[in-house]
Design a protein around this ligand. Structure first.
Ligand code: ATP
Ligand code: MG
Length: 433
């Protein structure tokens, strides 16, 4: 007899199979027991009929505790009533590992309690659905950039300098020198683009942000593509193609997780329609001022969550906001050709209140301009000599962007808080488990 994964049940209808699974829940009456089973590939039901199994097996089934691990033997049947569509008519049960007093019971628990038990909470159906979508977004990211001719470039996690100054940085000691946990792989990606044309980095980044919001993690994963010989317009087209590809991949491969989450697939389908609208920062300020909802809002401020939510709702699609004030953006962004108060950059804002998911720009190419910016930003010139070399030896127009993986997942899954989009979230006041 074959041991199968639950997800493959559709290929084994009316066959007798064996499944390794955990019991998530159970209901029973005099003559029947319903076992809710999961094996990490899917969730489905085992039906144990008193008349079909030995008295020992029926007694065992009725006494099973939540999260006991089992081998279940039985025959697969279609089950129209469940999300999943199949169930197993149980012939035999073998207990593999006992489970007493599993802390996460089917009743409601508070978020702190669940976060303290994150190592177990991951087993629940909703967390399963989110992690499968996370996995698909990661898989599709590699597929997309491979298809577009990119090379994956691994940037270091320990760095001796910081792209955006020394605030919000985790500091550590490195054999008698200062070192920091990386906040972004971008500067290294730029070196990669000058070596291999089109590259992307993808790894964890760290920000000691004291902000406690629904959109900020302390440790999160960022995808950072960087493209040589590419101006901003072409980069924006690449960005919207990438986002549409991710959404389409989730629609194509994650129907079951999306159904578990109750995510509206028609809403997601609209996000695959290109192009996305674009609005300049100047016009965005006007829109916000005319709305009458943002008292005292003036040109020059950075947008917070309410402004980003308003703008994306206004366009009812992901929207690019172009050319922010130079004063609120990092030193490496390309200056505007005819205005010295804005830079050639864009943030992509997601609708439904999810805010910024991508930040990107064309990069400054002139070594003297960059030296001046580094000085003005109060950064240490010596730390950036290697970066300036990229402009000294064959500088070319180039552009890049950073996508926050967990922001993307939170938006696509329709969840209200970023903490459930990563297996073990690192947040203000939380580093356990
Ligand atoms: P925000 O203004 O929302 O703090 P940011 O301007 O600091 O974002 P960038 O430095 O441009 O963001 O980083 C690129 C992307 O990384 C953002 O568009 C977002 O998707 C993601 N991101 C930034 N900070 C966080 C965080 N603390 N937790 C999770 N994702 C983040
Ligand atoms: Mg930030």
């Amino acid at each position: 007899m074959q041991t199968i994964s639950i997800i493959d049940a559709k290929d084994h209808v009316d066959e007798q199979v064996r499944i390794g699974a955990w019991l998530t829940n159970k209901r029973s009456s005099g003559k029947i027991a319903f076992l809710q089973l999961r094996d990490g590939s899917a969730y489905f039901q085992g039906v144990v009929l008193k008349n079909n199994v030995s008295p020992e097996v029926f007694a065992l089934a009725k006494g099973l505790k939540q999260e006991t691990s089992l081998y279940v033997t039985g025959t697969i049947h279609a089950d129209e009533r469940s999300h999943f569509g199949y169930e197993i008519a149980v012939d035999d049960i073998e207990v593999v590992g006992e489970s007493e007093d599993y802390p996460i019971t089917p009743k409601e628990h508070g978020t702190d309690f669940l976060m303290d038990h994150r190592h177990l909470w991951l087993r629940s159906q909703k967390q399963f659905a989110i992690m499968k979508i996370r996995n698909e977004i990661i898989r599709a990211t590699y597929e997309f950039f491979n298809k577009e001719g990119f090379t994956k470039l691994d940037s270091p996690i320990l760095t001796g300098s910081a792209p955006e100054g020394t605030t919000d940085l985790f500091h550590t000691e490195y054999f008698g020198r200062d070192a920091y946990l990386s906040q972004s792989g971008q500067l290294y990606a730029e070196a990669g683009a000058m070596a291999y044309g089109k590259v992307f980095t993808f790894g964890p980044v760290f920000r000691a942000e004291k902000s406690k919001t629904r959109r900020h993690l302390i440790e999160f994963w960022m995808v950072e593509p960087e493209m040589a010989f590419m101006h901003q317009e072409e980069s924006l087209e690449l960005q919207e193609r990438y986002i549409a590809f991710l959404v389409q991949s989730v629609l194509d491969h994650c129907d079951y997780p999306l159904t578990i989450l109750g995510r509206d697939k028609d809403v997601l389908r609209r996000y695959t329609e290109l192009p996305y609208p674009r609005v300049t920062y100047d016009d965005a300020i006007k829109l916000l001022q005319e709305s009458g909802e943002f008292d005292g809002l003036e040109w020059g401020v950075d947008f917070g969550s309410p402004e980003e939510t308003y703008l994306a709702e206004h366009f009812n699609k992901p929207v690019f906001v172009l050319n922010y004030p130079k004063a609120i953006k990092p030193f490496y962004m390309k200056p505007h050709p005819t205005r010295d108060d804005v830079v050639i950059c864009a943030d992509l804002l997601a609708p439904e209140g999810y805010g910024e998911i991508i930040g990107g720009s064309e990069r400054a190419t002139d070594v003297h301009y960059l030296e001046e910016q580094i000085k003005q930003a109060g950064l240490n010139m010596d730390d950036y000599q290697w970066y300036l070399d990229l402009r000294r030896y064959g500088s070319v127009p180039h552009s890049g962007f950073g996508l926050g993986l967990e922001r993307m997942i939170t938006w696509i899954t329709g969840e209200s808080h970023i903490r459930e989009s990563i297996p073990f979230p690192r947040m203000l006041n939380r580093i356990y488990p």
